[in-house]
Design a protein around this ligand. Structure first.
Ligand code: NI
Length: 271
C-alpha cells in the first residue's frame, strides 16, 4: 500500500550529503515477501531503485516456506530461509520437518527459520515452541545452514537453548533484536549476528541505539521484517524492503558513518 502523495521510490532517495543512494547495495536480511499485499515485482523494483539489491525472504510456516523458495527461484536478488515460526510451533510435526529438510536442499535456500520463542503472544504452547526450536536448530546444524532466531520476551530461555548448540561460527542470526547489551554480547560470544529492524529508527529506542553504537560492524545486520515494523516516520504503516534504507541510514548515523560508507556482512552467502 502506498501512502497518499508518495511517488514510489522517490520517498527513499536520500540527499547526496547523507551519502546518496546511487551506489548503495544493501541486503534486507529478513523480509516476508509472501505476506506483502503489493505485487512482488514492483516491490523489488522499488527496492532496487532505493539501493536494496538483495532480499532474504523468510518462511513462517511450511506453506510460507514453499512460497519463499518459489520467490527466490523466480526473482533475481531474492534468497529464501525456510522454517516454522514459534507462533505455529504446534504444527511442526515429523512430516512437516521432513518436508522442510527437503525444501532446504534447494540451492536458493540459505538458512533455517524463523524459529525461536515468543512468550509475548504465546500462540503455541511453550513446550511446543521449545521442541520446534530445538528441531530446527538441529536441522540447521545437520545442513550446515545459518539459523534465524525470533526472540520476543524470552531472552533468558532463548539463550539457554542456543547455548546447547553453540558455538555457531557465524551461523546464527538474532532477528529484530530486542534484548539488552548483555544478551547481545552473549550472542556475539556464541558466534552469532545481531540484526536490527525498524525499531532502531524510533526516537525512543535509546537502548537499542546504544547497543548498535557499541557492537562491531562485522556482527551487525539490518532488516525490514516487512510487512511489519515500518521505520520512522512510517511507523504503523505496511513496510517494504525499500524502507531498509531508513534503517541503514540510522545505523550509519549511530556509527558515525555516511550511508554510502556502511558495509555490513552477509551471513547468508552460500559457498
Ligand atoms: Ni519475521
Amino acid at each position: 500500500m502506498k501512502e497518499p502523495g508518495r511517488k514510489a521510490a522517490d520517498a527513499y532517495v536520500l540527499p547526496e550529503e547523507k551519502g546518496g543512494h546511487g551506489n548503495l547495495s544493501l541486503v534486507d536480511t529478513h523480509a516476508h515477501l509472501d505476506l506483502l499485499k503489493e505485487d512482488v515485482v514492483a516491490v523489488l523494483r522499488e527496492a532496487r531503485e532505493a539501493g536494496v539489491t538483495g532480499v532474504v525472504t523468510v518462511g513462517i510456516s511450511l506453506d510460507s516456506s514453499r512460497k519463499a523458495v518459489e520467490m527466490a527461484r523466480t526473482h533475481s536478488g531474492v534468497r529464501a530461509v525456510v522454517g516454522v515460526h514459534p507462533h505455529d510451533a504446534k504444527d511442526l510435526d515429523r512430516q512437516t520437518l521432513r518436508e522442510l529438510r527437503r525444501l532446504a536442499t534447494d540451492p536458493f535456500v540459505v538458512g533455517i527459520g524463523e524459529t525461536g520463542l515468543d512468550f509475548y503472544r504465546n500462540l503455541s504452547p511453550r513446550t511446543d515452541q521449545e521442541r520446534a526450536f530445538r528441531s530446527q536448530l538441529e536441522l540447521a546444524r545437520e545442513l550446515d545452514l545459518p539459523v534465524v532466531v525470533h526472540d520476543r520476551e524470552a531472552h533468558a530461555e532463548t539463550l539457554r537453548i542456543l547455548e546447547e548448540y553453540a558455538p555457531f561460527g557465524g551461523r546464527l542470526i538474532m532477528h529484530c533484536f530486542s534484548g539488552d547489551l548483555d544478551t547481545a554480547r552473549a550472542v556475539l560470544d556464541m558466534g552469532g549476528y545481531i540484526s536490527v529492524a525498524g525499531p532502531v529508527t524510533f526516537p525512543n529506542a535509546r537502548r537499542l541505539q546504544d547497543i548498535v553504537r557499541r557492537l562491531p560492524l562485522d556482527r551487525l545486520l539490518i532488516e525490514t521484517d516487512c510487512p511489519f515494523l515500518s521505520p520512522h516516520p512510517y511507523r504503523g504503516k505496511p513496510n517494504s524492503p525499500a524502507r531498509l534504507v531508513l534503517v541503514a541510514s540510522r545505523v550509519a548515523e549511530l556509527k558515525g558513518l555516511c550511508l554510502g560508507e556502511l558495509r555490513l556482512p552477509d551471513p547468508f552467502t552460500r559457498d
